[in-house]
Each structure stands twice: as structure tokens, then as C-alpha cells.
Design a protein around this ligand. Structure first.
Ligand code: HEC
Ligand code: HEC
Length: 241
């Protein structure tokens, strides 16, 4: 009888764990994906190294607006919207490279992506370790969001969020570092109001994945709607300080 009881308990525990695992199948590696998203942004800052000083060999000579370490950031060639030349950077003055996006490899096999990152074009083999390559590949495969669902490619207008709910999230999760007005903490080049008008793709990427080498949380494991609501609120913040 005692044994039967034990058996039943452990059976139902197993069933409960199976249920939880079933309910959250896509959440297992969000930490790795978020770190990959930060590496995609500024990998040398994440691994606490100085970026290479010479311009990346794959950076087109026709673009003289940018040089040095920033040409090594994944986002500089492939875009904050992951669409490369087919996205916002197709119209950019300073980041026009003509290079394709990474969206074609969304959902691709992790090892196939690592092989691309280790190819001669990318020149990264001596600069990153296996953990970095894996996190980056996890981001490329499982972390991309089709931002055109929320951000109009031409007008940059943002939709899909509730600004009132977003204010409550923002004022409890973000304002301790960024201030209610969205203009802090240290070297933000612009306020959140102007970021939303200028580069909402960068905003969305950073909210989901965090800011490289900072203590900022990444929201990607939470319901996507929270990020959308926060962005809707950010769009209402002042652009001039
Ligand atoms: C200086 C520009 C440049 C930078 C920086 C760069 N790439 Fe690329 N990437 C390219 C070019 C050019 C290609 C296409 C040709 C090739 O892979 O040889 C490419 C291809 C890719 C592809 C394959 C896309 C496809 O559909 O075939 C992925 C994935 C990728 N890069 C990811 C990254 C990641 C992640 C980083 C940051 C660690 C990065 N790239 C940094 C230039 C760049
Ligand atoms: C622990 C402090 C902290 C918290 C909490 C925090 N952040 Fe940040 N965030 C930073 C730091 C530091 C930066 C880097 C910019 C700077 O130094 O001013 C940053 C950068 C950003 C950027 C990029 C700004 C730019 O122009 O490059 C966005 C967007 C952002 N945060 C959004 C948010 C949102 C939304 C929340 C709440 C969900 C949040 N952050 C919570 C510390 C924080």
C-alpha cells in the first residue's frame, strides 16, 4: 500500500513535470539566445575585449562612413531588423553595405550556422570561443523576430502595443535605470522618444536581448506582448530633453 502510494505520487509528479515541459517548449534556451543577441549587437563588448581596429575585410570599400571596430558588429552588416540590404539598412547612409540579412537562416541547423560564422568571410575563428559561436547560432536560428509585424518599414510607425499597460511595465522594470522620461543612465545618444522615431528596430532588439556588458535584463523569455506594450509607451516619451 505504501509503495503504491509512493508510486502514485512519483507518477503524478512526472506527469506534472511533463506538462510544464510541454507548456514551455520554446523557453528552454532563452538565456543562450539572449546572450547570442548581445553578441550580434557588440560581441567584443560582451566578451570584454577591445574590438579589432582595422576595418572588417568584408566591409565594402564604397562605404567610407564607417570604419574600425563598428564594422565588425553583426548588426552593422546584417541590420537590427536582421534583413540586411532588404531592411532598414538598405536605405541607410552610414550602414549601406548591400549585404544580405540573416533571416534566411532563421530556423536553420545550429552547426550549419556555426560553419558560416567560422567561414573566411567572417574572420572570427581566432576571436571567439565555442560557447560564443553556439550562442550566436542559437540567436540566428531561434531568436529572430520578424519586426515588420510591428514596425512599418517606411514610416517606422509602431503598432501592436498598449501604451497604458506599457507605462506600468516601464515604470516598474525600466525607469530605475532609464528615468521616467527615458533619457538615462549614462551615454545614451538619444532619449527613448527619439529612439522610437529613429531606430525602433534597435530598441526592440535590445529590449528582447539586453544591452551588451550592462546589467540590463532581457525580456525575451516573457510574453512578447510585454515588450510590445513597453515600446508603445516609449513612443509616447518626450524626444527633446
Ligand atoms: C563586414 C560585414 C559582416 C559582418 C560584420 C558580419 N557578417 Fe555575416 N555575412 C557577411 C556576408 C558578406 C555574408 C554572405 C557571404 C558569406 O557568408 O560568405 C554573410 C553571411 C552571414 C550568414 C548567412 C546568411 C545566409 O542566409 O546565407 C549569417 C547567418 C551571418 N552572416 C551571421 C553573422 C553574424 C552572427 C555576425 C556577427 C558575429 C556576422 N554575420 C557579421 C558579412 C558580414
Ligand atoms: C539595471 C539597469 C537597467 C535596467 C533595469 C534597464 N536598462 Fe536599458 N540600458 C541600461 C544601460 C546601462 C544601457 C546602455 C545605455 C546607457 O549607458 O545609457 C541601456 C540601454 C537600453 C537601450 C538602448 C538605448 C540606446 O539608445 O542605445 C534600450 C532600448 C533600453 N535600454 C531599454 C530598456 C527597457 C525597455 C527596460 C525595461 C524593460 C530597460 N532598458 C531596463 C540599463 C538598464
Amino acid at each position: 500500500m505504501k509503495n503504491l502510494f509512493k508510486y502514485l505520487i512519483s507518477g503524478s509528479l512526472t506527469a506534472m513535470f511533463a506538462l510544464v515541459a510541454f507548456a514551455l517548449p520554446s523557453l528552454s534556451d532563452e538565456g543562450s539566445i539572449a546572450r547570442g543577441g548581445q553578441l550580434y549587437d557588440k560581441w567584443y563588448s560582451v566578451i570584454k575585449e577591445k574590438g579589432p581596429q582595422e576595418t572588417h575585410p568584408a566591409w565594402p570599400a564604397t562605404n567610407t562612413a564607417k570604419s574600425g571596430d563598428t564594422t565588425w558588429r553583426c548588426k552593422s552588416c546584417h541590420g537590427w531588423d536582421y534583413k540586411g540590404v532588404d531592411g532598414a539598412y538598405g536605405n541607410s547612409k552610414s550602414y549601406l553595405t548591400g549585404i544580405k540579412g540573416i533571416d534566411g537562416m532563421a530556423g536553420a541547423d545550429i552547426d550549419a550556422i556555426i560553419a558560416v560564422l567560422k567561414n573566411d568571410t567572417h574572420q572570427l575563428v581566432d576571436l571567439m570561443d565555442e560557447g560564443d559561436f553556439k550562442d550566436l547560432a542559437m540567436f540566428v536560428s531561434k531568436g529572430q523576430v520578424d519586426m515588420s509585424q510591428y514596425i512599418d518599414t517606411t514610416t517606422k510607425a509602431f503598432s501592436g502595443g498598449d501604451a497604458t499597460a506599457g507605462a506600468n511595465y516601464y515604470n516598474t522594470l525600466c525607469s530605475q535605470c532609464h528615468a521616467k522620461e527615458g533619457n538615462k543612465p549614462k551615454d545614451m545618444p538619444e532619449s527613448f522618444g527619439s529612439l522610437m522615431g529613429g531606430n525602433p528596430w534597435e530598441g526592440m532588439h535590445k529590449i528582447l536581448n539586453g544591452q551588451p556588458n550592462e546589467n540590463m535584463p532581457a525580456l525575451r523569455a516573457l510574453d512578447r506582448q510585454i515588450t510590445l506594450d513597453i515600446m508603445a509607451h516609449m513612443a509616447t516619451l518626450p524626444t527633446e530633453m
